[in-house]
Design a protein around this ligand. Sequence first.
Ligand code: BV8
Ligand code: ZN
Length: 252
Amino acid sequence: MTISPRLTELLEATDSVCVLTGSGISAESGIATFRGPEGLWAKFKPQELANFDAFMRNPELVWEWYTYRKTVMSQAQPNAAHHALVEMETLITDFTLVTQNVDNLHARAGAKRVLELHGNLERSYCIECGLFAADPILAAKGEAPRCTQCGGLLRPDVIWFGELLPQMVLQEAFRAAERCDLFLCVGTSGLVYPAAGIPLVAREQGSYVVEVNTEPTELSRRCSETLLGKAGEILPLLTNILRDAQGGRQHS
Ligand code: BV8
Ligand code: ZN
């Protein structure tokens, strides 16, 4: 994979980078993406699982799905792409990592600051009293976990379709997109809003927007360039250029 002179020049000079990741960055860690032949949505209908009404109709089924995903998550390890972004964070003064993923792999890779647009499956909370449960005692098969304080239903701390994203986090992501020189869009199909609107804001204000994906997406025609390939192979290349250019200067 050759990196274009334009992108190389930018990597060597930039001090303001914003990155948006989607489930594709975790594919090489063995976590299924949502779309595509092996995707989660191929087996399960999002409208039957990833929304509050579905949860209230059948909390046991939704918890069965999320328990499965939590198990897959806990057995997964961050991959070279996650680690490349952790190193990038140390090399760039103004670095913002925004993720749509709920698998906690950026944090587990050592990322210091992760803007979680869609929550984090490590956390759950009570729909009655709001008490957070770090990792609910996953009830026996066929039961939904309950709050130890009030007995209310616990739900995964993820943003479902039709639910508002955390507004402070979203605003911070848009602000970073507005000011960055370089925007990396990694492993996302760019179909879900408002997250998919973040790279578009970067583009509108003149950032160089680079897509890293194994195939073209909805966003491709709006990006400055698309690097076709695996995130686990491409992101380390970008970080190598950064590190060499900055003489390995570590940003505190
Ligand atoms: C909201 C958390 C408003 C839960 C998720 C019509 C038009 C526009 C918008 C809408 C509309 N109708 C409804 C909406 C709004 C809706 C939406 O955007 N729907 C879409 C489907 C049309 N959005 C919402 O509902 C959001 N909330 O808008 O609220 C509101 C207003 C008023 C009052 C109340 C509310 C909430 C959306 C959040 C949903 N939650 N996840 C969970 O995980 O269970 S969505 C889920 O899918 C992800 O979080 C992610 O955000 C999204 C997209 O997934 P991707 O990460 O992109 O993954 P995908 O599989 O699609 O793609 C993977 C990519 O990786 C592929 O391109 C593949 O090629 C690539 N890849 C694979 N391997 C690799 C790779 N790339 C690199 N390397 C590899 N190795
Ligand atoms: Zn409670």
